[in-house]
Design a protein around this ligand. Structure first.
Ligand code: HEC
Ligand code: HEC
Length: 433
């Protein structure tokens, strides 16, 4: 998947929504007019042929340039990795490579062929909805809990990049990711490509390459602009269609039960953390961007397989350079649930493979729960790495789930899949209708 595409070819290949296609169609139309114009021109014998007009830069907008950069493996040291290697649009912008067991990886291998970041790749889809990192407050919906005050938003699971622009500056220089030594060497790579040089200058000014910082900022700005297009956020799942009347949850279906449970104030606590706006809002992203420690156990197997120390715990939000409050230890930004059916494994470290397991994990916190065991291992849930900072008030709120409630919630989550990823929903997942 990564590399090998020219921006234009890819654009036509991946153009799913009509709005995203529009600029391309316009370009094609103008080009067609130009052709027919020159075709009718009469050339007198002996006259000098007109010079071919400058076709202009290959990428005329920041979005188009960013698209090409997103797929460009030349931004990594050994030229093996692009953003799209770990954020493959064919798999809802997560890693589509398989681990040695033939499963989607908990941790992704970097450009050196062996290093691994000890976090599961989050989807880059809908990441543009995440607000800048801040300390603030948030009104909760369908929750028995008071409104939230605390850290919110930011890119990465610990919010350490405030927005998409600053996020995009990270991976090319990440030793465990794309491995480039410094910004100057990335900018040199950009300048190897004459189409980039021309396009950067056209979009960001002729002087853009005179200053490494300016060029590096322009690169990150283009990638962020591409990530803000509706190619990343199509809002066309069954859930979205139900809001416009283009899909109806069959009243007796498991998904309808799950939807009712998910949005209920009384029966589940999901909405406390995974609902952003009032019911029926068209831009619901199923996270309110709060930070919580829900007690996700360490992924011991993946750490051993990746040669990562078991002692060096992931401190979550406490690892953010501006956060020095130990109460933030082990908290992660609540992830979006859009496309969650196709982006496993789950949690910050990919410790759970199935949605059913995730729901049973939540159920263990509820009075009377029968879910003492992790169904994937048959063993009791492992201890949380940071038991003292867990959001127990929120987690213990609600009634224990029945088997049909669990199925219903999983079925509802499947309906949050963008239309183009519906075929990826596993065949063996339960029958929901
Ligand atoms: C080797 C795999 C890998 C590569 C290559 C990679 N990423 Fe990521 N990406 C990750 C991981 C892992 C995280 C989570 C890291 C963390 O939270 O500390 C992440 C996080 C992100 C996020 C934040 C999502 C969120 O919900 O907070 C965005 C956006 C993103 N990457 C975009 C990019 C872009 C743009 C590039 C190319 C410049 C890129 N990534 C290259 C693995 C990768
Ligand atoms: C206290 C806040 C909170 C509550 C309540 C909550 N979640 Fe979560 N949810 C989170 C956080 C935080 C994570 C990420 C945890 C991690 O990475 O360790 C998460 C992760 C998930 C994931 C995995 C997503 C992924 O991409 O890895 C799913 C699925 C999920 N929650 C569904 C639910 C459902 C369904 C409910 C209700 C039964 C629920 N959550 C209740 C905060 C919450």
């Amino acid at each position: 998947m990564p590399g090998g595409f020219s921006g234009k070819a890819l654009f036509s290949r991946v153009c799913f929504s009509s709005t995203h296609c529009l600029p391309i169609l316009v370009i094609a139309f103008i080009a067609a007019c130009g052709d027919s114009g020159s075709g009718t021109r009469v050339t007198t014998p002996g006259s000098t042929p007109e010079p071919t007009p400058d076709p202009g830069p290959l990428f005329s907008t920041a979005e188009e340039l960013g698209e090409s950069l997103f797929f460009d493996t030349n931004l990594s040291l050994n030229r093996t990795q692009a953003c799209a290697t770990c954020h493959d649009p064919e798999r809802a912008f997560t890693d589509s490579r398989l681990d040695p067991n033939g499963l989607p990886p908990a941790f992704s291998v970097g450009d050196d062929g062996f290093s691994q970041v000890s976090r599961n790749v989050p989807t880059a889809a809908y990441a543009s909805s995440t607000p800048a990192f801040q300390f603030g407050s948030h009104v909760r919906f369908n929750s028995q809990q008071p409104d939230y005050e605390g850290y919110l938003g930011g890119q990465f699971l610990d919010g350490r990049a405030t927005d998409l622009e600053s996020q995009a500056k990270g991976p090319p220089l990440g030793a465990l990711e794309m491995g480039m030594p410094d910004e100057a060497s990335v900018v040199e790579r950009l300048q190897e490509n004459p189409d980039y040089v021309k396009s950067f200058k056209a979009i960001y000014g002729d002087e853009v390459f005179d200053d490494v910082d300016a060029a590096y900022d322009a690169m990150a700005g283009s990638i962020a602009a591409f990530e803000r297009t509706d190619f990343f956020s199509s809002f066309d799942s069954k859930y979205d269609k139900s809001l416009t009347g283009d899909y109806v949850y069959a009243p007796d279906s498991k998904a309808a039960l799950g939807k009712a449970l998910f949005f209920s104030q009384q029966f589940t606590n999901c909405a406390t953390c995974h609902q952003l706006a009032a019911n029926g809002n068209r831009s619901e992203v199923f996270t309110n961007f709060e930070y919580h420690n829900i007690g996700t156990p360490v992924n011991v197997e993946a750490r051993i397989a990746g040669n990562i120390s078991l002692d060096d715990l992931d401190e979550g939000l406490f690892g953010h350079p501006d956060v020095d409050d130990p109460a933030q230890m082990g908290k992660y930004r609540v992830p979006t649930l859009r496309n969650v059916a196709v982006t496993g494994p789950y949690m910050n470290n990919g410790v759970f493979r199935k949605l059913d397991t995730v729901i049973r994990f939540y159920d263990q916190f509820l009075t009377g729960s029968d879910n003492f065991l992790n169904p994937e291992t048959g063993a009791p849930w492992r201890e949380p790495p940071f038991p003292n900072t867990m959001s127990l008030v929120e987690l213990e709120d609600g009634g224990k789930l029945s088997e049909s409630d669990i199925e219903g919630l999983v079925c509802f989550l499947l309906t949050l899949t963008d239309e183009r990823y519906e075929p990826l929903i596993e065949e063996d997942s339960l029958v929901c209708d």
